[in-house]
Design a protein around this ligand. Sequence first.
Ligand code: HEC
Length: 163
Amino acid sequence: MDVFCIPFIGLNRVVDIWGMRMIIPLFCVLLIACSENPPADEGESGMIIVNGVERSELARLMRQMYDEMKLVSDSLESGSSVSPKFYTNYERITSAHATEPEKIDELYQSMADAFLDNYESFEGDEDGQIPAFNIMVDNCLVCHQNKCPGPVKAIKKLKIKPQ
Ligand code: HEC
C-alpha cells in the first residue's frame, strides 16, 4: 500500500446506507491514484502523451531511430566501426501506428521495405560501413521527401561526407 495512505486510514467513515452500516475508506483510494505517476497508457490508437504532446507509436520509433543513427554516424565519422543490432526493432516501421494513418499506403510500405533491405545490408557490411550507411540514410530520405518532409534537413546531416 502506498505510504501516503497510512495517515488517512483512521479517517475511514462509518455510514448508514439503507440501514446497513458500511465502512468507507474515504481518502485512501483517492490518494493512491494521485500519488502514482501518470501511467504510460497506450490506447488502442497507439498514441501516448509525452510532455503534454500526443505522439504516435511510429513517431516515437522514428525518433529512436534518429537518435541511434546519430550515434552511429558520429562513431563512423570519428573512424570507429560499429556493430548495431537494431533490425528487429526497426522492422516495426511497417506496422506501427502513425499520426496520420492515411499516409501508410502501398507506396509507404514499398519504401519501408526498401529501407529495411538497405538497413540490413548496412548491418551486415563489415568492410564498407560508411558507403552502406549513407545508402541506408538515402532510403530514410526517399520516404521522408514523400511522406514527412519536416525532418529532411536533420536526416541529411546524418550522412557522412567523404573524408
Ligand atoms: C517508409 C517511410 C519512412 C522511412 C524509411 C523513414 N521514415 Fe521517419 N517518418 C516517417 C513518417 C510517416 C513519419 C511521421 C510519423 C508519425 O508522426 O506518426 C516519420 C517521422 C520521423 C521523425 C520525426 C519523429 C517525431 O519526433 O515526430 C524523424 C526524426 C524521422 N522520421 C527520422 C527517420 C530516420 C533517421 C530514418 C532512417 C533511419 C527514417 N525516419 C526512415 C516515414 C519514414
